[in-house]
Ligand binder design. Structure first.
Ligand SMILES: [Fe+2]
Length: 635
């Protein structure tokens, strides 16, 4: 009798305790979920806008042109008179292209204007910073036939409403001779430039690859490998910064990201990810438009079409980072969302970006290859599009998600015969496919791993990139070895296994300039741990010369030669192919790299004869480019 009373009493107490725990858990959950967090947007400081009057081309949405072709630019001159009225009398166009590459300083091309008119922007579907413009200035210019195939900064001057307006954009124009349907590009996702000092907090973050000064060394190393490959262009699939801890993170990280961007020697097309448009105290979408370009747009290369989509269409209040109980920090909505489908299964009901996308894809239906670039894949890994799902804390508390639009995106891809959809966000490689509505083919959905080291430690992923080889308007290859994975940036990365990210330090592809070799000789040691042969086109060197020199090249070939100054310097573009290496099976056990020695020896006469190698290296930095006659010679 006594025992049974004790048991009843114990059960009663246990019940009370469970009830208290449930109430406490519910209160905690509610406090995590309900309020908008403690990051104020009131005192926000924005980076100074880098996009002014010249609204296209931009650093994140460059122009691809051919020698002798036309460059069409867009200018928004509405703030010239301070009245937000488009300037009417515009004259005295002066447009100059200067190579972004330091060693070509001295080359400059002044373009000949061929016409200007006011019209709705072709490049900013939602309009510029002042809203949707009814008319911006479109001006076209003839690109000189002798222009060197390179990446250029663009400088524009114009007289508008009696005032001289001048503006510029770095890395805005790429001149390529590859106007056929064969080209290469590299895709990178989830760079997440972050502050070094946030490691070890609630949200773990490795410090690997961040210098004591805060420079994203791991990103710079990735850029170095991309520059060695020298693809025709790069696409960035979103999440360039971290911006998820304290107020001020965003601005610092964005500045570091933008600075690192200038290290690319090829043009970059950028697509926004959730971290880029996050708010902890600024509106990242505004920062994007003021510094990189439009949030969505399209472009063409070699007759192939690329549609870039913004999958972060949450209201600004939802694109907010929350801080709870002084320790929990997370974004409210970081999953994908694309708005304005009346009925996702019926494209005729689409408005806004989706309607623009429908028209863009319809207009380019006959393009031999159609890519859609976005951050949140509507499909992966097995068709469910988990990047649009809701996420829950402890399986109970909604952390935000349940985004709209994944079915609409899939519908557009299948209706308009999209060949490939590229995405990031999940930090994982996976490849799937879905048939086109007309049965004539399928859309490949390729999600890819990140560039950064994630949280560090042992992970089922590694920093990597995809390299697309397009031959004759068809994708020849885009995966590494197994049809799924990305090319690793470091030796010792394990495909499909586990990789100790903290141990990665051997670049999978590298080229070292050999010092102390003979007079007027250049030598590189190219090394690859990769299990595939790699074409390396980014061996760039400078020799003194006047263009009369001859070179003997071993292990590679000179594919472009540019004379800067007269007499001055010769910039040589050398390419080679390195055979496949033997990758290390583990980050701590190095593989055996394939090596290729590339040597350039000056054989014919020229002012370089007799100069030492040291002179050769430093000469370009000692030469003044001003006042010299500039010649260029390119294949
Ligand atoms: Fe993301």
């Amino acid at each position: 009798m006594e025992t049974s009373r004790k048991l009843r009493r114990a059960a009663y107490i246990l019940g009370i305790v469970v009830l208290i725990l449930l109430v406490a858990y519910g209160a905690l959950a509610w406090s995590l979920y309900s309020s908008s967090g403690s990051f104020s947007t009131a005192e926000a400081e924005y980076p100074a806008p880098r996009i002014g009057e010249l609204i296209w081309p931009t650093v994140g949405y460059p122009a691809m042109v051919t020698p002798g072709g036309l460059l069409e630019i867009e200018l928004d001159l509405r703030d010239v008179a301070g009245e937000r009225v488009q300037a009417e009398d515009v004259s005295g166009w002066r447009v100059v292209m200067k190579p972004s590459r330091q060693v070509l300083a001295g080359l400059a091309y002044t373009l000949v204007p061929t016409g200007a008119q006011r019209a709705v922007s072709d490049r900013w579907p939602e309009g510029t910073r002042f809203g949707k413009p009814d008319a911006v200035w479109h001006a076209s210019f003839r690109v000189p036939a002798e222009v060197v195939p390179e990446l250029y900064d663009l400088h524009v001057e114009v007289e508008a409403s009696g005032r001289l307006v001048s503006d510029s954009q770095p890395h805005a124009v790429s001149v390529t001779t590859d106007d056929d349907d064969s080209f290469t590009f590299v895709s990178l996702a989830d760079i997440h430039v972050h502050r070094r000092d946030i490691s070890g907090r609630m949200q773990q973050q490795t410090d690997k690859g961040i210098s004591p000064e805060g420079r994203p060394v791991y990103f710079e190393n990735a850029i170095e490998q991309v520059n060695l490959i020298r693809p025709d262009f790069v696409v960035l699939l979103g999440d360039f910064v971290r911006a998820q801890h304290e107020p001020g993170d965003y601005q610092v990280e964005f500045e570091e990201f933008y600075r690192a961007l200038e290290g690319f020697e090829v043009p970059v097309f950028a697509v926004p990810g959730n971290h880029d448009v996050y708010v902890n105290e600024v509106d990242g979408a505004r920062v994007w438009e003021e510094n990189l370009g439009p949030l969505y747009y399209s472009f063409d290369v070699g007759g192939c079409h690329f549609t870039c989509v913004d999958t972060n269409q949450w209201p600004v209040g939802d694109r907010t980072v929350m801080k709870k109980l002084g320790m929990f920090v997370y974004p409210k909505k970081w999953q994908g969302q694309v708005l304005e489908a009346g009925d996702e299964g019926d494209p005729s009901t689409y408005e806004g970006q989706l309607a623009w996308m429908r028209e863009d894809l319809a207009a380019n239906r006959d393009s031999p290859l159609k890519f859609v670039l976005l951050h949140h894949c509507p499909f992966t890994p097995d068709g469910e599009g988990i990047s649009y799902d809701n996420e829950r804390f402890a399986g109970v508390v909604s952390l935000g998600g349940n985004g709209k639009g994944r079915d609409a995106l899939k519908k557009l891809a299948s209706t308009y015969d999209v060949d490939i959809v590229l995405s990031g966000h999940l930090h994982q490689d996976n490849v799937g496919s879905a048939p086109w509505a007309d049965g004539g083919g399928e859309t490949v959905y390729a999600n890819q791993t990140c560039v950064y080291y994630d949280e560090g430690g042992i992970q089922e992923k590694y920093p990597g990139y995809r390299l697309f080889k397009i031959v004759g308007g068809r994708v020849e290859s885009f995966t590494y070895v197994d049809g799924v994975h990305s090319i690793p940036f470091y030796d010792g990365s394990s495909l499909g296994g586990k990789t100790d990210l903290d141990q990665l330090d051997r670049p999978a592809l590298s080229a070292r300039r050999v010092e102390g070799v003979e007079t007027a000789t250049l030598q590189w040691e190219v090394e690859s741990y990769l299990a595939i042969p790699m074409e390396v086109k980014g061996l760039i060197a400078v020799l003194p010369g006047d263009g009369g020199e001859r070179y003997d090249v071993r292990g590679g070939e000179i594919y472009q030669e540019v004379l800067v100054g007269n007499p001055g310097r010769v910039v040589l573009y050398v390419k080679t192919e390195v055979e496949k290496g033997k990758p290390g099976i583990d980050a701590s056990i190095p593989g055996t790299p394939a090596r290729k020695d590339v040597t350039v020896v000056q054989t014919g006469a020229g002012p370089g004869s007799g100069l030492t190698y040291g002179t050769v290296i430093y000469l370009p930095y000692m030469l003044s480019s001003s006042g010299k006659k500039v010649l260029s010679r390119a294949e």
